[in-house]
Design a binder for this molecule. Sequence first.
Ligand SMILES: [Zn+2]
Length: 225
Amino acid sequence: MVRECWFCGEAAPPSWHDHVLGLHKDADTTMTPWIVVLRSTWRMEIVSVPRCARCHTGHQIERTAAVLALAALIAYAASGQLDRLLGILSSSTGERVVAAVWAAVACLPGLAWIAIRLGRLPWQRLAPRRMGYARHHPEYLELRADGWKPRAGPLHYWRSPPNPHHPPPANRPRRLIGGSFELLGAACGLAVPLAYFTGYEELAGVLIAATAGLLFVASKIKPED
Ligand SMILES: [Zn+2]
């Protein structure tokens, strides 16, 4: 039987493109003797939801759009434009118009993200179904019905379990591009307080967005870590 991608139905052999879901059960927290340290134990189970390369890319694009949308809003507020728009900072009509234009720009990544989630963008690279659809996979539902709880562990355990398949080693140009994005992102991050405290608040806002965007893209370009 052909293993089909859960998100689009194309053939998808087991690979690191699979979307790995974690579940846990029988969480128990005990006090260790003598030293007061809480120790949690639980059982973990993982479900590898078949996913093809295309849907993997599509889901990464969706997550990138989400990160950019959030970064744009934070950058907008941090740059002082929000205060100007709301009239908290005294501002002229001209400045308010500029603030309103920037507000529209800051909302663009958010709109793109919503369009992707609703499947409104006619772009081949996007996955037909979004990542959350993995939780409708029969294997996952069966475990849930069996008393397994979502996530790989209790409490603050939000990380996804590791994919048993390792990503292919990144080739040299890819590593170089990823490395330069990382460097650029770090440089932007360092420049944020500089710009802020020297009175260039708008620039600081743009730099916050640039830092988040660059570091996130770098992490996707260099998938081995
Ligand atoms: Zn697919």
